[in-house]
Design a protein around this ligand. Structure first.
Ligand SMILES: Cc1cc2nc3c(=O)[nH]c(=O)nc-3n(C[C@H](O)[C@H](O)[C@H](O)COP(=O)(O)O)c2cc1C
Length: 398
């Protein structure tokens, strides 16, 4: 067993049985490919490293050999490695990932030139219709070159998927590793939500008490982010409306932020919502709204009484906008029995398709326990990490 196998599948089994050809070209970002290969292994992929000669000047092949447990292919041999992995009769590779990809290699791919191991793998994969992902990395001036841009468009017309760089310090820097790994999972994974557009509304609301203070709750937004990530991985078009919460939102997710109930209600229109097949509302939305004082309430008072009024119910407005879409609500209470009872009430009152009942122990933790209540008031119990539960909840919108 090679030491690389020690980390195999340690993060998930999402890439089990998947063979990913990792093509590395002569960009300085080649130094990141060790970490990229290791992340793919952690999700249980088999990684076949292929390098251009220019890449070997930046990163020694031994580094990728160590990282993947496989000797990088730098020169093709009588073994015809490109055909072995990407030939139309074998098609043993599930995806070819060119990361980082130089301006030079992009243009060669666009023109069908294959004079390196990397470009020969890509040309073969195009002909065999194996999915290809290109992750450009280069100086800004190279990226702005009209011919490079035209060649990117040409590659896209061939069906090649690009993960766009981010422009910073005059460079077109390689996308972050998390986005690359998630995109690989999205392309070779279950893909059972590819025809679905899903909205997740998560995080807490934060109502102002004055110009400085807010009244909020302990929702971290973890469930919302887990649901959005999982929907992305399963191929959905996913939008996240996210309130106040500490959870980091991955850069590849499309996010709209809100703070107050009124901000959120402002998003809820028929025009905005009718595009969704499924809507999951796991946000911890205020039940009571304080009256906002102008400026700052002075400190040092002996007693401070706050007056709160009941908040309008966002979920019922959402249901009115989309009477037919699958709508999933959440209900949290201190005790399981109460949570289920209130979940049934919420479901019937707003004609929801499902309500997820959970208890306060779920707040902020990575593991949780849920009870899914369906229209027939049947209760299904699930327990696990928020990622595992996100998968089960998304099965409801399939
Ligand atoms: C240290 C160093 C860093 C480089 N970084 C980049 C880069 O980030 N992007 C790029 O397109 N070219 C970069 N180049 C230039 C490429 O290595 C050069 O165009 C080479 O011919 C690419 O060959 P390949 O596409 O076969 O790997 C760099 C060159 C050197 C020496």
């Amino acid at each position: 067993m090679h030491p690389a196998d020690d980390i195999r599948g340690s993060a998930s089994k999402k890439l089990s049985g998947k063979k990913i050809v990792l093509c590395v070209t002569g960009s300085i970002a080649a130094v990141e490919s060790v970490r990229l290969a290791r992340e793919l292994l952690r999700h249980d992929a088999e990684v076949i490293p292929v390098m251009t000669l220019a890449a070997t000047r930046i990163l020694h092949p031994d580094a990728l050999w160590f990282a993947t447990g496989k000797k990088p292919i730098v020169e093709l041999s009588g073994d015809t490695e490109h055909v072995k992995y990407c030939g139309v009769t074998n098609k043993s590779a599930h995806l070819v990932l060119v990361s980082p990809c130089t301006a030079n290699t992009i243009s060669k791919i666009a023109l069908g030139i294959d004079d390196t191991a990397v470009t020969t793998f890509v040309t073969t994969a195009i002909g065999s219709k194996i999915p290809i992902v290109v992750v450009p990395a280069m100086h800004g001036s190279m990226y702005n070159h009209g011919v490079v841009q035209k060649n990117i468009e040409r590659c896209k017309k061939e069906g090649i998927c690009f993960i766009d760089p981010f422009l910073c310090e005059g460079k077109a820097k390689m996308a972050d590793l998390e986005e690359i790994v998630e995109s690989v999972i999205r392309l070779v994974g279950k893909r059972d939500l590819t025809k679905k557009r899903i909205l997740v509304v998560g995080g807490a609301t934060a109502q102002p008490l004055d110009d400085m203070r807010i009244l909020t709750n302990r929702s971290s937004g973890k469930t919302a982010v887990a649901l959005a990530k999982c929907a992305f991985e399963r191929g959905a078009i996913i939008d996240l409306w996210f309130g106040f919460g500490l959870e980091r939102i991955p850069s590849y997710l499309s996010v709209k932020r809100f703070m107050t109930v009124s901000d959120l209600l402002g998003f809820v229109t028929v025009k905005e919502l009718r595009k969704y097949d499924g809507l999951i509302v796991c946000a911890a939305i205020a039940d009571y709204i304080p009256e906002k004082h102008k400026g700052k309430i002075p400190s040092g008072k002996e007693k401070l009484l706050l007056e709160l009024s009941p908040a309008p119910k966002v979920i019922s407005k959402i249901r009115k906008c989309v009477p037919k879409a699958v709508l999933v609500g959440f209900k949290v209470e201190s005790k399981k029995e109460k949570a289920i009872e209130r979940a049934v009430e919420l479901l019937n009152k707003n004609k929801l398709d499902f309500v997820i009942a959970n208890t306060l122990s779920a707040f902020g933790s990575t593991d949780s326990e849920i009870w899914i209540v369906n229209k027939k008031e049947k209760v299904i119990h699930k327990q696990g990490t928020k990622d595992v539960l996100a998968d089960a909840i998304l099965d409801l919108v399939c």
